[in-house]
Design a protein around this ligand. Structure first.
Ligand code: NAD
Ligand code: 0WE
Length: 256
């Protein structure tokens, strides 16, 4: 039997075929899950419909700006109406204004700080709250994070602070939702060449740095994030909650 047979999931954060969300969605689908997808706005509608459209007629595809409570509530109302239940949710969404990732952290504006935290951290809380009533047989919520949450990665700046908030939110959500058998975990991925990473100056040097310094001497592959996402979604992880799992070739263990 497949690992996620009869599970219903929702995926936030597919922008294109390189998105980490797409890698995890494909793995969830392959493991037997039925999926709903959300996309940020009209700009990404066609992309997501083209990708997720290959998943069959029972695939729900809905717009959702995660900074809008009404969008989030509408999405979960529609998931409830179509499937009657939910088992899995993937949060793979982050944004900070570009200039906040270029200068010094000390110059982060109030507005850039607010936006980064709203999109990248608070949205997990809002999604978990809306998902929980549908997770009537328990559930698994997975969010994507990055090492810049715990150590200084030059230029990651306010995103690192927002990821720290995301990781702490994961722990508090795990505590609140544990009695309902809803687990909440983060995958901390090593650098992956996606849309969100492409614009970052020095990103290819970062990939080389990981190749040189991570114990496994290579970068992480999207399908490896898919495999960890499937594990965390599966009953094999039934006693794992509130954790940050590093899928980074071992980079995080190094002191030098
Ligand atoms: P991506 O650009 O493919 O995905 C980011 C997604 O966030 C996009 O789909 C975008 O539409 C969505 N998004 C941004 N603002 C939104 C909003 N207001 N409402 C709804 N959606 C919104 O890039 P990715 O690298 O796949 O990023 C996915 C996640 O993985 C992010 O949380 C990112 O921080 C994390 N991550 C990425 C890397 C990396 O190196 N690429 C490493 C570790 C963690
Ligand atoms: O979480 C991320 C990137 C998220 C991200 C990317 C952008 C680029 C375009 C958030 N907001 C924006 N805003 C934009 O305008 N990563 C883990 C990838 C990443 O980004 C970095 C990194 C790494 C790794 C930025 C600086 C240093 C390292």
């Amino acid at each position: 039997m497949s690992l996620l047979e009869n599970k219903i999931g929702i995926v936030f954060g597919v922008a294109n075929k390189r998105s980490i969300a797409w890698a995890i969605a494909q793995a969830w689908k392959k493991a037997g899950a039925t999926l709903a997808f959300t996309y940020q706005g009209d700009r990404l509608k066609e992309n997501v419909e083209e990708l997720a459209g290959t998943f069959g007629p029972d695939t729900l595809i809905l717009p959702c700006d995660v900074t809008k409570d009404d969008d989030i509530n509408r999405v979960f109302t529609e998931v409830g109406a179509k499937f009657g239940r939910l088992d899995l949710a993937l949060h793979s969404v982050a944004f900070a204004p570009k200039d906040a990732l270029e200068g010094e952290f000390v110059n982060t504006s109030r507005e850039a700080f607010r936006v980064a935290h709203d999109v990248s951290a608070y949205s997990l809380v809002a999604i978990a709250r809306a998902a929980a009533p549908l997770m009537t047989q328990g559930g698994s919520i997975v969010a994507m994070t990055y090492y810049g949450a715990e150590k200084v990665v030059p230029h990651y700046n306010v995103m690192g602070v927002a990821k720290a908030a995301l990781e702490a939110s994961t722990r508090y959500l795990a505590y609140d939702l544990g009695p309902k058998r809803i687990r909440v975990n983060c995958i901390s991925a090593g650098p992956v060449n996606t849309l969100a990473a492409r614009g970052i100056s020095g990103f290819s040097e970062m990939l080389k740095h990981y190749e040189a310094h991570a114990p496994l001497k290579r970068n992480v592959l999207p399908e490896e994030l898919g495999a960890t996402g499937t594990f965390l979604a599966s009953d094999g992880a039934a006693a794992i909650t509130g954790q940050v799992i590093y899928v980074d070739g071992g980079y995080q263990i190094m002191g030098m």
